[in-house]
Design a protein around this ligand. Structure first.
Ligand code: ZN
Length: 409
């Protein structure tokens, strides 16, 4: 019989042995932030690291420039566990979502499992998923069948709270562009059609709609083009929005109503509108696997970090990991790396993502992932209960389970 505990200890030691190199990897990605689908240097650093640690690496996995997949096989047939990384930064502000730590945690966990995989059945896939911040790398990967052979998937995200099973919002990114007619704003305003008014009216319509939305629905936008001079009636204006809700079905209803807000704004201002719902922006809501999340939490607790109870009004954003949780048992837990209350996507969070205490906690989270992955490969009952829960959710319509299809629209 396999001594699972001994193998776990060996995996943890393997991570500790490479600690200095993993810290360097995380800080190097942090110090050289690259935005979605442009993470060439980061992907290169990660794939080199995997290759040096016994993985067969495919670069540009499923034709995505900055995706990759590192594979390693155990001693016998068995399940395939995928451990995922993200490594994209935010525009201007850098690694303010701490994806450098996601990259480090995923790589460390994969290397830990790799160190004992020769003793285990099954397979391990270390998959690099680009452009989480809006570009939907996982949406594209799921659509391309990248997870067709995977049994369970896991990753860990930094946060200001440690949580095992937080959900996320379904979302879409939408651009609205209004087209009017330029004219002198003082001398011939009656000859113009004001495209900026189309944008402003869209915001007003959305604000009028808010009261009638469910509390967790979110519609938020910015104006990216509002004209060029005060004395010219703007002939072109543009805004970018995100439309989110607790589950995909309701989110699609809100999206429809949002589109009507923009179309109504065009009618009332005499402008024409072009609405673009971005490809790969259909982020589905995260439905975490309970048995896997509980197992990760138990391992993390043994490593000295207890998970926190979820708050009743737990705050959440969106993640394309939601799309993976809709097609197979998956977890996306959070590890605290900043003082509680530090907002995500802030300079404070970015700075925290490069500190020693953040790395300390990230290593514990990575070890808990490695131990959970080893459990999936060795503990049939755990995998079975994750599958049973997933199948029940599929029957109940909580997840859709379509592995290689486009996101549910
Ligand atoms: Zn993030």
């Amino acid at each position: 019989m396999t001594d699972v505990k001994g193998l776990g200890e060996q995996a943890v030691r393997a991570i500790d042995d490479r600690r200095a190199a993993l810290v360097k990897l995380s800080l190097s990605i942090h110090g050289e932030p690259e935005i979605g689908y442009k993470e060439h240097r980061s992907a290169a650093k990660l794939t080199e690291f995997l290759e040096a640690n016994g993985f067969a690496v495919q670069r540009k996995y499923k034709e995505l420039e900055t995706s990759y997949r590192g594979d390693a096989a155990g001693k016998a047939k068995g399940p395939t566990v995928a451990i995922l990384t993200e490594y994209d930064a935010l525009p201007d502000i850098g690694h303010a979502c701490g994806h450098n730590l996601i990259a480090m945690m995923g790589t460390a966990a994969a290397i830990g499992v790799r160190a004992v995989l020769d003793e285990l059945p099954g397979r391990l896939a270390a998959i690099g998923t680009p452009a989480e911040e809006g570009g939907g790398g996982k949406v594209a990967l799921v659509r391309a069948g990248a997870f067709a052979d995977v049994d369970v998937a896991m990753m860990c995200h930094p946060s200001s709270r440690t949580l095992a099973g937080r959900t996320s919002l379904a979302s879409n990114r939408v651009d609205v562009e209004f087209f009017g007619k330029a004219a002198h704003a003082a001398a011939q305003p009656d000859k113009g059609i004001n495209a900026l008014d189309g944008v402003i009216q869209t915001f007003n319509n959305v604000n009028a709609m808010r009261q009638q939305l469910r509390p967790e629905a979110r519609i938020h936008g910015i104006i990216t083009n509002g004209g060029s001079a005060a004395n010219i009636i703007p002939e072109y204006a543009m805004a970018k929005f995100s439309v989110r809700a607790l589950d995909r079905r309701y989110q699609q209803e809100v999206l429809k109503r949002f589109i009507a807000c923009a179309e109504g704004a065009a009618v009332s201002t005499g402008t024409t509108v072009k609405i673009t719902v971005h490809e790969n922006s259909g982020y589905e809501n995260m439905v975490p696997s309970t048995p896997l999340a509980e197992r990760w939490a138990a391992h993390l607790g043994e490593l000295g970090i207890p998970v926190m109870p979820s708050a009743l009004d737990e705050r959440m954003g969106s993640t394309d990991m939601g799309n993976i949780s809709q097609v197979l048992p998956a977890i996306h837990p959070y590890i605290a790396i900043a003082p509680e209350g530090t907002p995500g996507h802030s300079t404070a969070f970015r700075d925290a993502a490069g500190t020693a205490p953040a790395l300390e906690n990230a290593f514990a989270a990575a070890k808990a992932m490695a131990l959970t992955a080893i459990d999936v490969l060795t503990d049939k009952a755990l995998l079975e209960s994750a599958r049973e829960e997933f199948d029940r959710r599929r029957r109940e319509g909580v997840v859709h389970g379509r592995r290689a299809a486009a996101a549910a629209h």
